[in-house]
Design a protein. Structure first.
Length: 120
């Protein structure tokens, strides 16, 4: 199920990128003013209907994309940190004490050797 949602998310993202790039800009500035009369005279209604359809389809796919992201978020496994802490074996205090004692013993020996000049 998660793989299917992931594939749908990738396809929706690719479609959204392509659809947004295919749409014409909403403001034509000066060029829109000059060509505006020609577009209405020659009948550029195909381009505007295609833009309207593409805009509606982009909105629908964007909503589906958001819903898929939310669905995948709620479907993911959540792990409780307390259960992880309970399942991992704790270090025994005896082992820690033995290790600390060994470190102290070796430090004392190193200090004695340094005082004696390293001669045994």
């Amino acid at each position: 199920m998660e793989i299917a949602i992931g594939i749908l998310l990738i396809l929706a993202a690719i479609f959204l990128v392509v659809a947004v790039l295919m749409q014409s800009g909403k403001s034509h500035n000066l060029s829109g003013t000059i060509a505006g009369g020609a577009e209405t005279f020659f009948g550029k209604s195909k381009a505007t209907t295609l833009d309207k359809k593409l805009s509606k389809l982009t909105t629908i796919v964007a909503i589906v994309f958001v819903l898929l992201v939310l669905a995948s978020y709620f479907m993911q496994d959540t792990v409780d940190i307390r259960s992880l802490a309970a399942s991992t074996p704790a270090v025994s205090t005896e082992t820690a004490d033995d290790t600390a004692g060994a470190v102290l013993d070796s430090a004392e020996e190193a200090a004695e050797n340094a005082e004696d000049g390293g001669n045994d």
